[in-house]
Design a protein. Structure first.
Length: 190
């Protein structure tokens, strides 16, 4: 049980999945930018929670028994693409957030999804550990994305000197957030 909690805490506190996948912050058509960021955070967190156990099952029951480990990246990318298309179809049918035209491309090209799928093969020995890794990665992505959105909305209304407006202040604040997240590394010994 302690190893499951260790995986959950390390993926929430140490991992920086969200910082690698912040390329498109608004793939949803919405009047409220917070609603767009919340939509992306929720959909990505759910995709990560589903993808980690699926990638573990694919690795343990297809790739290893058939000795096809060299096809792991290709099959994981196919799994991510199918999951992105499924979530887009599900959102169009039942969702509160309506995906824009680039939603499937955004979801399939996120490094957070591929990173979790590959880390599941390396870190998770059991199905429960892969579930915890997916949940922790999804929670960390959602928390950091919403924190970054909050910071960006505050910077938008702040009096920032002219040379630091727009991209420079965003990169500086993102770097400070990355340092803050890295401060949790080593908190729980493995």
């Amino acid at each position: 049980m302690s190893s499951l909690l260790l995986i959950l805490l390390s993926s929430v506190l140490v991992s920086y999945f969200a910082l690698a996948g912040l390329r498109g912050l608004q793939p949803f058509f919405s009047e409220d930018p917070f609603d767009s960021a919340l939509g992306l955070a929720v959909v990505t967190a759910l995709n990560l929670a589903v993808l980690a156990p699926l990638s573990w099952l694919l690795d343990r029951f297809v790739l290893q028994p058939l000795h096809l480990e060299y096809l792991a990246a290709l099959l994981l990318i196919a799994l991510i693409l199918s999951l992105a298309l499924f979530s887009q179809r599900l959102l169009r049918r039942h969702g509160r957030w309506l995906p824009g035209p680039g939603f499937a491309l955004l979801m399939s090209s996120q490094s957070a999804l591929l990173g979790v799928a590959l880390l599941t093969r390396l870190r998770s020995a059991t199905f429960g550990q892969s579930c915890m890794l997916g949940l922790g990665a999804g929670a960390s992505f959602a928390a950091l994305l919403l924190a970054f959105w909050s910071l960006q909305s505050r910077l938008h209304s702040a009096n920032v000197p002219a040379p630091f407006r727009q991209a420079p202040i965003s990169l500086v604040s993102l770097g400070i957030m990355a340092l803050a997240v890295m401060g949790f590394s080593g908190l729980i010994p493995e």
